[in-house]
Write a protein that binds this ligand. Structure first.
Ligand code: FES
Length: 243
């Protein structure tokens, strides 16, 4: 499907916000595949940062030819988009004390999730390398802690270190970010025996379960087996995934 671009602008150093007209209803944690134009052949996966009525928001980092092309798109241009794809986060009514934790470009999909969670106590922990983005929007939904690796904003250090003492009363953790961060989140969840869902990032080809580019190792009743991040995920229970 072709969708009309409403806005595409830089919101932080190399981080862009793209708003599209979109008539599907996504769940938090799902993604869309976008043809970024130029001579890039394959569509690229982009997590959904927000959805409101007929508007879809993607927040992405320019880090290659495809995303560079995407950054040049203007309002009223059209983009070929498929989706929403994948299995997103499960939103439960029964949990009141929730921790949402994200790192770097893994942070955007957690905004849509935070909006959908109806927890009495929502803690949102965001870790950046240096420049921050979306923090003011997260503040609408919960108490936000920010860290940056260089100390530019918030506490200096890793977000997983900043939340270690806050886990005891948490009913469920949701995480998205780089593999090392997810590994630390998974370890913390296991140590305190807290259920935890994480969104896993893998290279994708087709985005619809046909090519196996995105296979990830998961635990089975006996041994291990492979699941497709694009179809079975990108969100998995942390205890299921091998990181
Ligand atoms: Fe092709 Fe997942 S990207 S199977």
């Amino acid at each position: 499907m072709e969708y009309v671009v409403r806005e595409n602008r830089e919101i932080s150093n190399g981080i862009y916000r793209l708003e599209l007209e979109f008539d599907e209803i996504p769940m938090p944690g799902q993604f869309v595949m976008i043809n970024c134009g130029g001579n890039t052949l394959l569509k690229r996966p982009f997590s959904i940062c927000d959805h409101d009525a007929d508007k879809l928001t993607i927040v992405y980092q320019v880090k290659g030819k495809g995303t560079y092309n995407l950054s040049k798109v203007k309002s009223l241009d059209t983009l070929e988009v498929t989706g929403p794809h994948g299995h997103g986060f499960d939103v439960f009514d029964k949990f009141n004390n929730i921790l949402v934790i994200g790192g770097g470009v893994g942070i955007p999909p957690l905004l849509f999730l935070s909006k959908k969670l109806k927890a009495k106590n929502l803690k949102i922990a965001l870790g950046f390398k240096s420049n921050v983005f979306l923090v003011d929007e997260f503040q609408k939904y919960g108490d936000v802690i920010v860290t940056s690796e260089d100390g530019n904003t918030g506490m200096k250090g890793y977000i997983t270190d900043a939340i270690k003492d806050d886990i005891k009363n948490i009913d469920i953790i949701y995480g998205c970010g780089p593999k090392q961060m997810l590994k630390a989140v998974k370890d913390i969840a296991e140590k305190y025996d807290v259920p935890c869902q994480i969104s896993v990032e893998e290279h994708m080809g087709c985005g619809i379960g046909a090519c196996m580019t995105c296979a990830c190792e998961t635990k089975a009743d006996v041994g291990f087996h492979y699941k497709k991040v694009c179809q079975d995920g990108p969100v998995f229970w942390a205890k299921e995934v091998v990181l």
